[in-house]
Design a protein around this ligand. Structure first.
Ligand code: SF4
Ligand code: SF4
Length: 425
């Protein structure tokens, strides 16, 4: 057995905790998780059944932790996990799982398959079986601070542009600010208009905020590839920046897995509680709206719908807030079928977008999103995750669909009422 395979198997065995053991024991093989996963529904291939994606780990659990499994192993009647098998499973664990959580939602015995896939990925990385694209993104995150290679210079260019365009100051490293804003790689690289939108909104609302020069990027490749150590290192950079600036809140960016990593997994990853709270940008905007601090004076009459990002809506519970904001500025907003917690994934979360090998499958399963969109006949799709936004644009282009995709924060900023004297400095 190669050293890397031994390391991978040891890691996988080490990942089998009480919840994993109970999930494998509880599975009644009903197949409901298959019907919840777009990789199965859009291909009809049984290998994409969510629980099947965990088969090597299930066998290790059986062999190491069950009476009959141990006995079978002792008498040489159990099937060992091999390098060839892990190589065969790599596309099932990485290319065909976006960690969207739809399967976990429907499982009648409550098996959290996202939790299991995350654990499985830990073993896959340790054995060397992770997609090259994701390995590259992870390496850039460690070395450059961003999987897409964006740097402080890139952010500074957007800050200068915003200051010139708005006449407002964009705060950087402002100690004692209430809020520290974190962006995703894609927001800095592709959707930098969010810097201007947020600056204008926060100025109007009188929000005390800042960027941190050493913690402005929240994309967490560690969560995606399945390395808790790396995920902890990336979260730790933001935590250290927030502590240095003594902020009360860190604003999670429009990036699903950054939100999950920062808000839900971060304290466990770094082994201690935060001295600040984490809030998604859309939660904050809705809070400002409810306090009468986010004032708009126009609407967009376009017929539009909202794509619910899995991590924010299904797994994060930020469901009503985007809708409250949409109702304020988009009177012709309509819901797609199965919107809300049941929404279908864009197809590119969980590191799938950073994995070029997965692209043909990702575009194939976009047929589910196409069907949702065909049912509502809209001109515009709004979302609040930059990764979803890119995946939706790709899928729409691939299917030659004439639908525009915009970010919710930018949409709100377009309809801000004229400036009144602000409380912000
Ligand atoms: S839905 Fe749950 S119980 Fe049914 S097959 Fe999937 S994991 Fe097993
Ligand atoms: S988390 Fe989503 S993509 Fe992954 S197996 Fe479950 S339903 Fe499929």
């Amino acid at each position: 057995m190669s050293t890397s395979l031994q390391r991978g198997i040891d890691t996988l065995i080490g990942q089998i905790d009480a919840p994993i053991a109970s999930f494998f024991t509880s599975c009644v093989h009903c197949g409901l998780c298959a019907d919840a996963c777009l990789f199965y529904t859009e291909t009809n291939d049984p290998k994409y059944t969510p629980i099947h994606k965990l088969e090597p780990m299930r066998r290790l659990w059986q062999q190491e932790y069950t009476f009959w499994g141990k006995l079978m192993k002792q008498v040489g009647l159990s099937k060992p996990v091999t390098d060839e098998e892990l190589a065969e499973w790599e596309p099932l664990v990485y290319d065909s799982c976006t960690l969207c959580g739809r399967c976990s939602l429907v499982c009648p015995v409550g098996n959290d398959i996202v939790y299991m896939v995350r654990k499985m990925r830990e073993g896959m990385v340790a054995s060397g079986h992770a997609p090259e694209g994701l390995k590259g993104a992870t390496q850039r995150a460690v070395e450059l601070g961003s999987p897409m290679g964006v740097t402080l210079n890139t952010l500074m260019a957007h800050i200068r542009h915003t200051e010139k365009e708005t006449g407002l100051t964009v705060p950087l490293d402002k100690e004692g600010a209430d809020y520290m804003l974190v962006l995703s790689s894609a927001e800095v690289a592709d959707y930098s208009e969010i810097v201007t939108a947020v600056t204008r909104i926060f100025h109007q609302a009188g929000v005390s905020w800042t960027f941190a020069s050493d913690g402005f990027e929240g994309t967490n490749s560690g969560i995606q590839i399945g390395s808790s150590d790396l995920a902890a290192e990336l979260v730790g950079r933001i935590v250290r920046a927030a502590e240095r600036l003594r902020v009360k809140y860190v604003i999670s960016p429009e990036c699903g897995h950054a939100y999950t990593a920062l808000r839900w997994e971060g304290p466990n990853l770094i082994g201690r509680a935060y001295p600040f709270e984490v809030i998604h940008i859309i939660e904050l905007l809705d809070q400002l709206r409810s306090e009468g601090r986010l004032r708009t004076d126009s609407v967009d009459e376009t017929r539009m719908t909202f794509h619910d990002p899995c991590q924010m809506v299904r797994r994060g519970g930020v469901i009503e807030q985007p809708r409250n904001l949409l109702k304020q500025v988009a009177p012709n907003f309509v819901e797609m079928p199965e919107a809300g917690v049941q929404n279908w994934c864009c197809g590119g979360g969980g590191g799938v977008a950073a994995n070029p090998r997965a692209e043909p499958l990702r575009l194939q399963v976009f047929s589910r999103k196409k069907a949702q969109l065909d049912a509502v006949n809209v001109k515009t799709m709004v979302t609040s995750c930059s990764n979803c936004r890119t995946m939706l644009l790709d899928g729409l282009e691939h299917n030659r669909m004439d639908v525009e995709v915009i970010g919710l924060t930018e949409l709100v900023a377009e309809h801000l009422a004229p400036e009144e004297k602000s409380n912000a400095d």
